[in-house]
Design a protein around this ligand. Sequence first.
Ligand code: CP
Ligand code: NVA
Length: 314
Amino acid sequence: MRHFLKETDLSLAEIQSIFAQAALLKSQRGQTKSQDLAQQSWGLLFFKKSTRTRVSFQVGVHELGGLPVMLNADDMQISRGETVADTAKVLSRYLHGMVIRCHEHKLLEDFAQCGTMPVVNALSDFLHPCQFMTDMFTLAERWSKGKPENFASSLKGRKVAFLGDTACNMANSFILGGAALGVEIALAGPAGYEPTAEIKQQLKKDGLKETFTFTTDAAAAVKGADMVYTDVWVSMGMEAEKAERLKTMQPYQVNSKLMALAKPDAYFMHCLPAHPGEEVTAEVLASPQSIIFDQAENRLHVQKAILAHLTRHR
Ligand code: CP
Ligand code: NVA
């Protein structure tokens, strides 16, 4: 049974094939009826809030010919103590696959192990691989000059600067996925928020080298970057640390002055939701360098390609 819990669950060849499929699905949207998930029902289980992931998966399953079943964890017995194992076993009797957004990454692993259907990580405290895949696809669309067969190779050797909370799930996904795809990841954030031991351990487990760099100097990370990325300073579940985080991360705000240090044709990206005036200025969000809404749209196309891939390679 194939799952997509982390970037390294897919080989480079599979990533390339998913990118090509996503480009095709994007170009054909609304014209041909895809039947990849025909006769299937997929559960979308959310323990945390979501706008993009929730809607793009729901629409995506529908557009692939399947039935999306929205499940809010709060409404289910799992939030009253039913075990992950029993939930996974029971839901496997009804559904053909699961998309799960949760706190502890281990819940995804346990669910995948106990159930008998593919599980997709829709964000955990550790990783956000669907977002990372989409971000790389969005860049590859541009850097490969529209040639889907060159998508994965067009990313190799590019420099991505990641600013702010470099210990968060998005930073982890860039560290892990960047190492797998050969993208240079230059992270900058305050001391105390540097890349974690857990992500370094994951790189080791996957046989990947620590190719990322970390600095407390925002300008040094952004210098010569092909893309500048940031994420919220207060991730879901970190609300108690809000005041401290907003103060400490201030020097890492992506503003026009910082963007000017990147390559002149560099892009600005953000997984969203954004907090204008915190991690990024409203000016940068609205600038021609910003591709945040193409990025958000591509969640739909890339996730459809991931679901189709997992279904074909069960
Ligand atoms: N980027 C992202 O995952 O957005 P949502 O939290 O709205 O799903
Ligand atoms: N790091 C953010 C990503 C939101 C898409 C969070 O976990 O809240």
